[in-house]
Design a protein around this ligand. Structure first.
Ligand code: FAD
Length: 285
């Protein structure tokens, strides 16, 4: 199917994109990697009058460390995230997750920012950034703001981003302790999106015990969720023996009480994904 007609604009910089966003009339959409938006156009799920291509905005790309935080440009591709040495050393969950998105074709074009703005509940990066307590830095013509990831997701495929804003970067606090991480995605056989995606990010102190724990789960609700009860029961455990005796399925049932059928199967699958993600943290010892 062909996409509906639209006018195409290529932004040379973020300021250029913001000026276009504020001056164009009608439904205006930003185009990053195009791997969610273009299929949506072809399926007539979206029919914007204007597309602003931000893929040439170099300020939106790359990874750097600044003021105790690791910053990732919103238009950085999964492929770049997968092989970035700073991320591998400081925020290893990001390259681990990037390596599990679809296939090489999608990873070459798709961007972290596009995934977070699209906010598909079964996608990989919403879960990842939730487990990292990330901040999302957005800009409009007159304003910059940082949004905590816990305030970003706003229902099914909906976010706190306003139509006049661009997502500029995503930042994560640089860790002060050793980090162990794990990511397990139970893939839908046809789409390869996650039926359940479990991300674990643990800070481990010098005595080998868990000092901080973040467990996020995607695929089961309209946006990813953190499992606070499970996180609390991991803190203080020896990092080489994490999942032993944990009541994962019970914690999950409490965290997502309105899970639709097949409820028991979904709980079982998701609990298995979390257990395996914790196993990856253990084997990283
Ligand atoms: C065959 C296939 C398989 C896939 N498999 C997976 C998978 O396994 N896991 C997974 O997570 N995803 C998967 N995807 C989706 C893929 O990850 C997309 O790349 C991603 O969802 C969107 O990123 P994008 O850069 O392509 O964004 P686009 O499609 O260009 O944009 C998506 C939305 O975000 C908005 N947007 C983009 N960037 C910005 C920005 N900086 N500021 C404000 N708004 C912005 C756009 O306006 C649009 O509404 C798959 C896609 C395809 C086609």
């Amino acid at each position: 199917m062909y996409s509906p007609r639209f006018d195409y604009h290529r932004a040379e910089s973020i300021d250029h994109a913001l000026r276009l966003l504020s001056s164009l009339d009608g439904d205006v959409k930003l185009l990053a990697g195009g791997h969610s938006l273009v299929p949506a156009l072809k399926l007539r799920l979206a029919s914007p009058s204007h597309l602003i291509d931000i893929s040439a905005c170099s300020e939106l790309k790359g990874v750097r460390e600044e003021d105790g935080r690791v910053l990732i440009g919103a238009a950085t591709s999964y492929r770049e995230l997968e092989s970035d040495p700073l991320l591998a050393a400081r925020v290893p969950l990001v390259p681990v997750v990037a390596g599990q998105v679809a296939d090489m074709l999608v990873r070459n074009r798709g961007t972290i920012g596009g995934s977070l703005c699209n906010s598909d509940p079964n996608a990989d990066f919403p879960v990842c950034v939730l487990a990292l307590d990330a901040r999302l830095h957005v800009r409009s013509l007159g304003e910059e703001r940082a949004i905590a990831v816990s305030d970003w997701f706003d229902g099914l495929m909906s976010t706190a981003l306003r139509p006049d804003e661009v997502l500029e970067s995503i930042s994560v606090a640089a860790p002060r302790q050793q980090v162990r991480c794990g990511y397990v995605k139970v893939k839908h056989a046809a789409s390869r999106f996650g039926v359940a995606c479990a991300a674990a990010n643990l800070g481990v102190s010098g005595d080998g015990r868990v000092a901080s724990a973040a467990i996020a789960l995607g695929g089961l609700a309209d946006h990813p969720v953190r499992l606070a009860g499970l996180e609390a029961s991991l803190v203080g455990r020896e990092a080489h023996d994490l999942a032993q005796g944990l009541q994962i399925q019970e914690q999950l049932a409490a965290a997502i009480p309105d899970l639709p059928p097949p409820r028991q199967w979904l709980l079982h699958v998701a609990a298995g994904a979390i257990r395996k993600a914790l196993g990856q943290c253990t084997s990283a010892a």
